[in-house]
Design a protein around this ligand. Structure first.
Ligand code: SAM
Ligand code: GLN
Length: 363
């Protein structure tokens, strides 16, 4: 049998881990997959310790292996001593070589975990980052506080208990009507894979969600992600289909064109200063879409454009939430404060302690 000479699955994993470990070690000094932060790559300026690099290489090799074999982690643990299937050897070697040459493991495997979901990713979309999960949780929490449980889980003002309270007949701009059946709308601007839109759709079942992007290819990925994830949920097909809108265009333009009243606006726009892009880690610089990264000369172009468009919506959203780049929180907070539309501001830090999300809201 040809498989007699094959390494076992475990051995193949071990070999690939060592190979990737050496490849990762070559990127010394540029180790963290973040925007150009203080010299040295990591938030603390250090390359990763050996143990950390080994763990990373091993985790990546495992992801590739599970992808190529179509196995889950349990099977890997149980059947690791089986010979590596010969017919998959070519694909396996190619996957490892692509990774060693700098392609992100997520594009090779085609998936990234985000907020407990498995999202398809292609080179047309940014690979969703762990810090963006913090934005999702912060927005969900603020939405519940502002709009109440009815807004979060049921039709706004449709006669359910709490509906009126959730959307008081107000004088404020952007308040939904006074008790019609209108569902509140949250817009995710620059949705990419749909990560933020889909994670929030699952947390806010009574809401309509607009997933917007200028890139038609990104919107296709987002659409497929929602179709797959919502089908897995046991929901009424009709309600499911109409809850997410996919809109192509320049930031808020498609919402303005449709006259959509946006209650909550969320965005992780491109924010890397153009001049920092050459210094990004190669995985990001050479493989992720420049359209998803390039924030103009000072990185703040998208925030200015979006803030400039908000006044052309039928009403001012009650909550606006942005992810921001390193050192940008104060400028973005000032940009939002200047409008006078939102008296309250929250700044949320990421896992590295960096000010990463800015939320502006009015009660
Ligand atoms: N929301 C996703 C996430 O957090 O993983 C992707 C964020 S990525 C940093 C920014 C996204 O903005 C990209 O998908 C890009 O295509 C989109 N984008 C860039 N310029 C845009 C514009 N002028 N109008 C709308 N979307 C834009
Ligand atoms: N967080 C990304 C990075 O690490 C940048 C994404 C963005 O521009 N919003 O490079």
């Amino acid at each position: 049998m040809p498989e007699r000479n094959m390494p076992t699955v475990k051995e193949a994993l071990q070999q690939a881990s060592s190979l990737l470990m050496r490849a990762l070690a070559e990127r010394t000094g540029n180790a963290r997959p973040a925007e150009a932060e203080p010299a040295g790559g990591g938030a603390d300026g250090r390359p990763p310790a050996d143990g950390e690099a080994a763990r990373e290489a091993r985790a990546e090799a495992e992801m590739l292996l599970m992808h190529v074999l179509g196995w889950d982690k349990t099977r890997l643990l149980l059947d690791g001593d089986a010979p590596f299937p010969e017919r998959l050897l070519g694909r396996w070697q190619e996957a490892v070589a692509r990774r060693a040459a700098g392609e992100p493991v997520q594009y090779i495997a085609g998936v990234q975990a985000f907020c407990g979901l498995e999202l398809e990713v292609t080179p047309a979309v940014l690979i969703p980052r762990p810090e963006t999960e913090i934005l999702v949780e912060a927005v969900a929490k603020r939405v519940r506080a502002l709009f109440g449980a009815a807004g979060a889980s049921g039709a706004a003002g449709s006669g359910e208990a709490g509906g009126e309270a959730a959307f008081p007949a107000g004088t404020g701009h952007g308040r939904p009507g006074t008790g019609g059946a209108r569902r509140p709308l949250l817009a995710d601007i620059g949705t990419g894979s749909g990560a933020i839109a889909i994670a929030l759709a699952r947390r806010l079942p009574g809401w309509r969600i607009a997933a917007c992007d200028v890139s038609p290819d990104a919107l296709e990925v987002a659409r497929r992600n929602w179709a797959r994830i919502s089908a897995a949920e046991e929901r009424e097909a009709a309600g499911r289909a109409e809850r997410l809108l996919f809109l192509q265009g320049d930031f808020l333009e498609p919402l303005i064109d449709r006259g959509e009243r946006v209650d909550v606006l969320v965005s992780n726009p491109p924010y890397v200063p153009s001049g920092d892009i050459p210094r990004l880690q190669r995985e990001v610089r050479d493989h992720e879409p420049r359209l998803a990264l390039d924030g103009g000369p000072d990185g703040l172009a998208a925030y200015r454009r979006i803030a400039g468009q908000i006044g052309r919506l039928p009403g001012i959203p009650r909550l606006v939430a942005f992810e921001v780049g390193f050192g940008q929180a104060a400028s973005v907070a000032a940009l939002l404060a200047e409008t006078g539309w939102w008296p309250h501001l929250d700044i949320v830090r990421d896992y590295a302690g960096i000010e990463r999300h800015v939320l502006a809201w009015r009660a």
